[in-house]
Design a protein around this ligand. Structure first.
Ligand SMILES: Cc1cc2nc3c(=O)[nH]c(=O)nc-3n(C[C@H](O)[C@H](O)[C@H](O)COP(=O)(O)OP(=O)(O)OC[C@H]3O[C@@H](n4cnc5c(N)ncnc54)[C@H](O)[C@@H]3O)c2cc1C
Length: 813
């Protein structure tokens, strides 16, 4: 050790903000003593020191809420444990709604929070006023009160985590800058610094807004961008008590809390100012950016609407500090897909103080166990695509994402900035036909097609949206005639080489050693039997397979497979861009395609679950008899340059058969009725195929696939947790996902995804139900079921089998 700098460590953490300190703290809690944290200047000097210190528990998704909950728990006990004060106080928080729709959103959040034991109460404007006397309440629709929310002092909390880490054996070194990452054979093996190298097993990038640059040192994509972020602090004000709850008026973009007898007011303006485009100054420590009252004016005006006393309150301090934001407003955790043993925890989107506890613990567990201890897909770094590191994309998206934290979290809300990044060959034709697009992994995907008289753009609501009737008509066309989907964004991976079968047999739960031309639906499991990937594998030849997975999982699934390849003789190529995919789905699909090909399409000649090359128009395409909508149909994999010709031929041939373009909203409604699972929603790393009702896709007779032992153990007992289908008895309410499930007045689960099923004429959803003695048909039949939508319980019917075509007669028709 030279000058306090060790030459070896088990883990090196880059960055001494609250996140790096939390990772160090939690690694030592897991018994890792040999941990070194390196900070280029002083602990907390980057973004952490000037944070407002709000510690909220409720987040936009259930997993983020699960992670955020731990913040208040840890910060509350840290002082007793370490002797370092944190300044944490459970002041409680009030979120007010100016509109009826915002109140629905708050109530939906309250319902979701109940699933995780967060105490939340919906209160009237009058009650909110009593808790916060300086607030104007006559224009409010309602509020929610979360008594357990808190606030903390960011610097002190960081120092407490650092002290806890030191007590656990970690070494913290300040004034040392990491300048390079050592790597051997695709794995990180150490760091280079301006004070010498450190060899290590694991590098953790917690470098805040510098994390993109630190990622670059390692060849790792860390898509984040800094933005200016503001608050003011007033002089002491009459009527401001020390125990005032935190107040959020998200319709006015603002939050307010007590600060030394005055008020601290900050917010999330809809059009933000990206910062640091030309790099971050080398001497940046405990630094602020210039005041910008013009930019802050919107927040100040809105704050004065809510708290009239602010109009005359003298301002003591104007804080403008940079914070890093990611393209989807969620932070990044996990091992980088580009480099083994290189982990990232960065991009905290202005909630890093509240999130550092949960994120630090989750990442430490991931590092120690070699896999995440819970489903972290919402924040998994592998949700990002390589293009999202593009500086222009990031800068433009950052102008929008800052405001999204407080903007309405509308169902189906689409970003408005940095659009049109990835477009299918058919994009302009579809747009001309009324397509309204949504984004997935940068792809513009038709979500619905506007019919005459409907404006082709989104207007958002918690009620029935403008596109409801359009999607319903598309849905019906697929059930009754034939629909045409552009599914080009599906991720397509080609696996080839002498060991391809061996690799896939080990990774897949189903048997993929089938004849060429067969398509196998399968999951890839972790050692606990949880579903890491949900995909189809088509055997192309003895030594070649086409693996198709959902758009959002492209990076994740490729990473999972690459890890599984290790040093086997196989290559994995992403061929997504090579093929346009047209889904021709519905009972008339065979009639339609028969007009364009001489190939025999009968059940006998072209059964379900097979794929082959056929001539179609002037092109040769790979037709795959498979469906995600529960009808007869084919996915056509068309080499991109032939796609327009094939598209024109299909459209021309389909007119008199009732062909209709259909989008992803219709697809969601169709797949839910048929009970098809969606990875990332209904299934993920914490759910096994047996719990998810996918046991039919597990080849137990096949030895040695990853996760088999866990499934065999689980098979020995009745399943205490199962994915159950629900339909609402009342056709009116809409399921959107995350609704609590009640049986005989007892909370037993949560809806994972839901939508209106247009054939059923009512909302349909699925969700896991837990019951220690086992969840079976009798348990479902004998209970009184209710789903909680925005705090109201509505009666529902529960069953294991899908409500539409449970025998697959239509798919095989
Ligand atoms: C005005 C404002 C108000 C906020 N209010 C809240 C709030 O109320 N609640 C909340 O939860 N969050 C809030 N935040 C967000 C919160 O401050 C951040 O999310 C959080 O501090 C991020 O922590 P971090 O550890 O990721 O980053 P940082 O604190 O920036 O830490 C990163 C560290 O890495 C170091 N580093 C960088 N490069 C290197 C290198 N090469 N070698 C060594 N060290 C390096 C830096 O010096 C820095 O200290 C607010 C942010 C701002 C700007």
């Amino acid at each position: 050790m030279a000058g306090g700098m060790p030459s070896h460590a088990r883990a090196v953490i880059v960055g001494g903000g609250i996140v790096g300190c939390s990772v160090a703290y939690h690694l030592t809690k897991l018994g890792w003593r040999d941990v070194v944290l390196l900070e280029r200047r002083e602990l907390s000097c980057g973004t952490t020191w000037h944070a407002a210190g709000l510690v909220g528990q409720l987040r936009s998704s259930h997993n983020l809420t699960r992670l955020a909950r731990y913040g208040a728990v840890l910060y509350e006990r840290l002082e007793a444990e370490t002797g370092q004060a944190t300044g944490f106080r459970r002041s409680g928080s009030i979120s007010v709604a100016r509109t009826a729709e915002r109140l629905i959103e708050l109530k939906r959040g309250a319902s979701m929070a109940r699933c995780f034991g967060v105490e939340v109460e919906v209160i009237s404007p009058g009650e909110a006023g009593r808790l916060w006397p300086l607030m104007r309440t006559d224009d409010l629709a309602g509020a929610v009160w979360i008594p357990g929310d808190g606030r903390t002092n960011p610097i002190d909390t960081t120092l407490a985590l650092a002290r806890g880490a030191r007590d656990g054996g970690a070494t913290i070194v300040e004034d040392v800058t990491v300048t390079g990452i050592r790597r051997v054979g695709g794995a990180a093996t150490g760091v280079r610094t301006d004070r010498g190298d450190i060899a290590c097993e694991v590098v953790v990038n917690c470098a805040g807004m510098w994390a993109r640059e630190v990622g670059r040192l390692a060849g790792v994509n860390v898509p984040l961008h800094a933005a200016e972020h503001f608050y003011i602090v007033t002089e002491p004000l009459a009527g401001v008590r020390r125990d005032l709850p935190v107040l959020r008026d998200t319709d006015g973009y603002i939050y307010v809390r007590e600060e030394v007898g005055g008020l601290l007011m900050g917010g999330f303006e809809p059009a933000a100012k990206p910062w640091g485009m030309h790099g971050i100054p080398a001497d940046f420590k405990f630094s602020l950016l210039p005041e910008d009252w013009e930019h802050f004016r919107l927040l100040l005006e809105q704050a004065c609407v809510r708290i009239p006393a602010l109009e005359t309150a003298p301002v003591r301090r104007h804080v403008n500090g940079p914070e890093s934001f990611t393209p989807d407003n969620r932070y990044m955790l996990g091992e980088a897909p580009e480099l083994r043993n290189f982990f990232v925890a960065a991009g905290f989107n202005s909630v890093g103080i509240a999130s550092a506890a949960g994120a630090g613990r989750a990442l430490a567990e991931w590092i120690a166990a070699g896999e995440p201890g819970m489903d972290l897909w919402d924040v998994d770094i592998r949700r990002f695509m390589p293009f999202q590191g593009n500086a222009n994309y990031l800068r433009e998206r950052t102008t929008e994402v800052v405001g999204l934290l407080y903007a309405m979290h509308w169902p189906f809300r689409q970003p408005e900035t940095a659009r049109g990044v990835r477009r299918s060959v058919l994009h302009d034709r579809l747009a001309a036909g009324g397509a309204v697009f949504g984004v997935a992994a940068g792809w513009e995907r038709p979500n619905w097609f506007a019919t005459a008289g409907v404006e082709p753009r989104y207007t958002y609501t918690y009620g029935r949206p403008s596109w409801f009737a359009c999607a319903a008509a598309e849905h019906r066309a697929v059930r009754e005639a034939v629909g045409l989907f552009d599914q080009s964004s599906l991720a397509k991976l080609r696996l080839q080489g002498p060991d391809a079968t061996a690799v896939l047999q080990r990774l897949c739960a189903n048997d993929v050693d089938v004849a060429a031309g067969r398509i196998v639906y399968t999951q890839m499991l972790n050692r606990r039997g949880g579903i890491e990937c949900d995909l189809t594998v088509t055997r192309l030849a003895d030594d070649a397979y086409l693996v198709v997975t959902i758009t959002a999982a492209a990076t994740h699934d490729a990473d999972w497979i690459r890890r599984g390849i290790a040093d086997a003789r196989v290559t994995l190529s992403d061929v997504t861009s090579a093929f346009t995919v047209l889904g021709v789905m519905g009972p008339r699909a065979r009639d339609l395609l028969s007009r364009l090909t001489g190939a025999e399409l009968s059940n006998a000649a072209f059964p379900f679950g097979t794929a082959r090359e056929i001539e179609l128009g002037y092109a040769t395409v790979r037709a795959a008899r498979i469906t995600y909508v529960g009808e007869l149909g084919w996915e056509l994999y068309v080499p991109a340059e032939f796609a327009m010709g094939v598209y024109e031929a299909v459209v021309a041939a389909g007119g008199d058969l009732g062909l209709r373009h259909a989008g992803y909203h219709a697809m969601d409604s169709l797949r839910l009725e048929r009970g098809y699972r969606s990875w990332g929603h209904d299934i993920g790393g914490e759910d096994t195929p047996l719990e998810a009702g996918l046991g039919f896709a597990v080849a137990f007779k096949k030895d040695g696939f990853v996760g088999r032992d866990a499934l065999l153990r689980q098979r020995e007992r009745p399943l205490a947790r199962r994915l159950v289908m629900f339909t609402l008895d009342d056709p009116e309410p809409l399921l959107l996902g995350d609704e609590p499930i009640w049986r005989d007045g007892v909370l037993v689960g949560r809806i994972t995804s839901g939508a209106c099923g247009h054939t059923l004429g009512r909302s349909v959803g699925m969700g896991y139900v837990t019951h220690a003695d086992g969840v079976d048909a009798a348990f479902l039949r004998t209970g009184r079921w209710e789903l909680e939508i925005a705090t109201e319980r509505v009666p529902a019917t529960a069953q294991l089998e899908p409500p539409y075509d449970p025998t697959s007669a239509r798919v095989r028709g």
